[in-house]
Design a protein around this ligand. Sequence first.
Ligand code: ADP
Length: 164
Amino acid sequence: MKKKVIALYPGTFDPVTYGHIDIIERASLFFEKLIVTVAINPNKIPLFSEEERKNMVIRAVKKFSNVDVDVFKGLVVDYAKLKKASVIIRGLRAVSDFEYEFQMSLTNRKLAPGISTIFMMPNEKYTYLNSSLVRELISYSANVSDFVPPYVIRLYKKKIEKKK
Ligand code: ADP
């Protein structure tokens, strides 16, 4: 049964991968609305612009009727409050994710006690997958079709062509 709870799934999505999409699909089953929020992090220089990342995520969530996409800058908990979201979704792939996510989730709880972080695990075939691996592989023209949707690959190729 879907509860009337709004959840946020924040991330850099540079680029969106099948691992992210797996988490989006799982989370979409449990919440009234899921807002995938593309974070603008001043400490990270992304490969794909904010607009490109947002557009790729929009394509990725097209098939889910209760999933929205937005871009945000600042604290996730502030954005969650603005959107009346009481849950933050994060993906957990391996033990290596745990320490950072544990710290983030407890910090967010301290800042906003009414907001809970819920962790979801993707299908095991995506547990070793992350966006930085994809960025590295794609830059060497390796085949990443098992990791990202075709439009991500097309967009990357277009970007490279433009630079030439
Ligand atoms: P961030 O910079 O916030 O970690 P990412 O886009 O790398 O942004 O990841 C967003 C969220 O998605 C994080 O919770 C991350 O653990 C999760 N995630 C990333 N890749 C995968 C994957 N392959 N499977 C499941 N979750 C993932």
